[in-house]
Design a protein. Sequence first.
Lengths: 283, 256
Amino acid sequence: MKNRFQYFSVGLISVWLGVFGLLSFLTMVVISFMQHDADHIALMHFTFQNYYDLFNPIFFKIFLKSFYIAGIVTALCLILGYPFAYIISRLPERLQNLSLLLLLLPFWTSSVVRSYAMMSLLKTKGLLNSVLLALGLIHQPLQLLFTNQAVTIGLIYNLLPFMILPIYVNLERFDRSLIEAAKDLGANYITAFRQVIIPLTMPGILGGCTLVFLPAMTLFYISDLLGGAKAVLLGNLIEDQFLTANNWPRGAATSVLLTVIMGIGLLIYWVKSNRRINYDSVI
Amino acid sequence: MTRSFKSIYLLLIYAFLYTPIVALMVYSFNNAEFSMLWQGFTFNWYHEVMQDSNLWIAVWHSFYLALSATSSALLMGTLAAISLYRYQFRGKNVLQGLLFIVIISPDIVLGIALLILFSLGNLALGFWSLYIAHVTFCIPFVVIIIYSRAKSIDPNIFTAASDLGASELQIFTRITVPMLLPAILSAGLLCFALSFDDIVISYFVSGPGFEILPIKIFSMARLGVTPELNALCSLLFVMTLTIVCASQWVTRRKKQ
C-alpha cells in the first residue's frame, strides 16, 4: 500500500516534468542543430550553421546591445535601489512594513498593465511631455516613446523591487554596532560605508544584480511596447525568429545560447556568494 | 543624510512607481479620444469596456485557466514535496534535477521549448497547450513552498499514525494535508497570480481560438494608447489593490 501511494506521487510528477521539462528542452537543443526549412519545422540534417549565424554582425550587434541595456538597467537599479533599501531598513518597524507594502503594491498587477501605463506616460502627447511643455522647459514635444531610453525606463520600472528586496533583507539583519565600532576606530562615515556596510551587504547586491540583469535581457514585451519596431533585447530576437521570420532552428539556437549565458550568470553568483549548489536550499 | 533628504528620496521613488498608474486612472475618466488635455469627466470608456464581450471572454478564459492549472499544480506539487520529504527512493536525485531544470530555465526558453514540443506532437495551440505550460511553470513554486513547510513537521507523527494502522492514503488525507493547509493555500494563491499574469510563456503557446487577458491587453497595447484600454487597466489595478488589501487585512486580523 505504501509503495502504491509513493509510486503514484513520484511517478506522476516525474513523468510530467520528464516530458514537458526535460524532453522539451532536449528537443529544442536537437532542433538547434538542424537545418532551416521554410515548410517544416526543421530538416533532419545536422549542422552548426545556426550557431555560426549568431556570430554574424547583425545578430552579434543585438547581443551586445542587449547586454549593454541590461547592464545599464542593472547599474541604475542598484544606484536607485541601494539608498532606498538603506533608508527603509533604518525606519521603525511599522513604517518599514508600510514602505515595503507600498513598494510591492504596483507589482501585484500584471506587468503588461504597468508597461502600458509607462507607455501612455511617455508618448508624444503624454503627460510627461505636457508637463514639460507647460513648464516651458521644452518648446517641442520630445520623442520619448519608441527609444532605447524608454525601454531602459520600462525595464527599471518593472525590475526595481528585485534589486531592492535582496539588499533590504541583508541590511535589515545588519548589526548597527559594527558601524559604531568602525567609528570608534577612527573611520568617518564614508570609510565605514565603503569598508563595512558594502562588503557585508555584498550577497544582497549580487543577488539583486542577478535578479535584474538576467530578466532584463529577455522581457521582450516591454521592449515591444516601449521600443517599437526596433528589436533591442535578446528576447525580441528569439520572439522574432519564432513568430515572424519563422526560422525555428535559429530561434532554438538563440535560446540555447541564452540558457548558457544565464547558467554562467547564476554560476558566477553562486561562486561569488560562496554558496555551494545545494539542492536543499533550492527545492 | 538628513531626515528631510531621506523622506524626499523615498517620495521620489514612490512617485516614479505610482505616477504612471495614477495618470492612467485619471485619464481613463477624460472625455477625449486622443488629447491629454482635460476635456471633462466621463464614464464613457468604462461603459465601452463593459460592453466589449470579447474582453470578458478573455477574462473568463484567464480565470478558468488559472484555476485549473493551479489545482493540478497543487496536486502534483504537494504529492512530490511530501514524497521528497518522507521517502527515500531510487531516482530522488533525478526528480530534484528535473525540478532544478524548470526552476533555473528562463521563462522565454520554457515557452519556446514547449512550443516546439507541441508542434512536433501536433497539439493544437489553445486551452490544453496553455494548461500544460502553466502547470509546468507552477509546479516548482508549489514544491518549494510546501517542502520548506513540511520540514517543520515532526516525523514521529507519521510513524505513530502507521503504527495505529493508517494506510499511506489515510495519512496523506487526514494528517499531512491538514497540517500543511496554510502552505498549500499560499502556494495556491501564488500560482493563481502567476498564471493569471503570465505573458512570456503564454505568448508562445497560446492560439487564436483561446484568448487570455494578458495576451489580449498586450496586443491591444501594441496598437497604441486608447482610453478604453486605460479604463480596463485601471479596473484591473483597482481589482488587485482590493484583493491585496483584503488579504493583508485578513492576515493582520488573524494575528491579533
